[in-house]
Design a protein around this ligand. Structure first.
Ligand SMILES: *Cc1c(COP(=O)(O)O)cnc(C)c1O
Length: 228
């Protein structure tokens, strides 16, 4: 297991660099290792191999792992799952980044509950780019108003956008996200992050301008539960 995770990280970093060269991409790319359902031990191995950013979807799992792994001082937690408004307190305390802010009520609670001794929580707005009824996310149309409101909250720092396109929707959808990101940056120049791309489609996302890719299976192997 040790070697597999370290090897997968190394292989992925090399592939990222190759795509950056191929497309002459100017921006830096952050790899988020999505560790949901995986034991803390797997994170320790990845950390020892140099990986610092981890993605979690479930609040209780984030709390448990953050508590257990607090000795790993450079570890950075990215909360990427759907947010119920009654579960914001633990996210505000333990996460360094939240990718899945999609409504003002959640943003206001995260801001109010961010502990005063911590820097503002870095947040991305999740966009429902494939317009699926079942999916979380603010519509592209409503994004500017939400961004305006979030940018005013003292406990948060608006950093950019995130999307989970329908599987197989391809470069057209990633390119639409890049346009939306450019639109956001006209009003909020510091909000340059664009979180998109998972194990199956990240090279396309990167080519279209992703600054953060979220890889679970590609780093840690298959998860036990299909939907997780
Ligand atoms: C699970 C998950 C991922 C990682 O998925 P893989 O296909 O295993 O890379 C990325 N983003 C979100 C929001 C997820 O829930």
């Amino acid at each position: 297991m040790t070697d597999n995770i370290a090897e997968a990280l190394q292989r992925t970093q090399q592939a990222i660099q190759q795509i950056q060269r191929q497309y002459s991409l100017p921006h830096r790319v952050r790899l988020i290792a999505v560790s949901k359902t995986k034991p803390a031990e797997a994170i320790v191995r990845a950390y020892q191999a140099g990986q610092r950013a981890y993605g979690e979807n479930y609040v209780q799992e984030l709390v448990n792992k953050a508590t257990e792994l607090q000795a790993l001082t450079e570890l950075e937690w990215h909360f990427i799952g759907p947010i119920q408004s009654n579960k914001t307190r633990d996210i505000a305390r333990y996460a360094h980044w939240v990718h899945s802010v999609d409504r003002l009520k959640v943003a206001e609670r995260l801001s109010a509950q961010r502990p005063a001794d911590l820097p503002p929580l870095q947040v991305l707005l999740q966009i429902n780019i494939s317009a699926e009824d079942s999916k979380a996310g603010v519509s592209p149309h409503d994004m500017p108003a939400l961004a305006q409101a979030v940018a005013k909250l003292p406990g948060l720092e608006l950093k950019g956008l995130m999307a989970i396109p329908e599987p197989g929707s391809g470069k057209v959808t990633f390119a639409r996200m890049a346009e939306l990101s450019a639109l956001l940056q006209q009003q909020h120049p510091q909000a340059t992050e664009l979180s998109m791309g998972m194990s199956d489609d990240w090279p396309d996302a990167l080519a279209c301008g992703a600054t953060m890719i979220r890889l679970g299976t590609a780093i840690f192997g298959a998860r036990d539960y299909h939907n997780r």
